[in-house]
Write a new protein. Sequence first.
Length: 116
Amino acid sequence: VQLQASGGGLVQAGGSLKLSCAASGSIFDINAFGWYRQAPGKERELVASITSSGRINYADSVKGRFTVTRDNAMNTVYLQMNSLKPEDTAVYYCGALIVRTSSWVWGQGTQVTVSS
């Protein structure tokens, strides 16, 4: 499985961005997608995840502001980010949980910068 993330950029506080992550390869092997982020000097943290059955999980810090969705073919996942805050600034990574190996595959990160 290969993942290609896009949609990052620079936005003012209160603005919105939508990230996309396109999967290719053995997409039938994907059990879940996850969006993680890593800010400078901080550990990578889970932002949102969505399973093949549609179960969704959000970090408390983004609940009510971010929405994760996927297409039915499980080959593209999106992260709609509204009411962005400067503390949302980070490199955002898309990951896919592979059923066969129970391990995560990661795409390249996309930078999200929120100015105050």
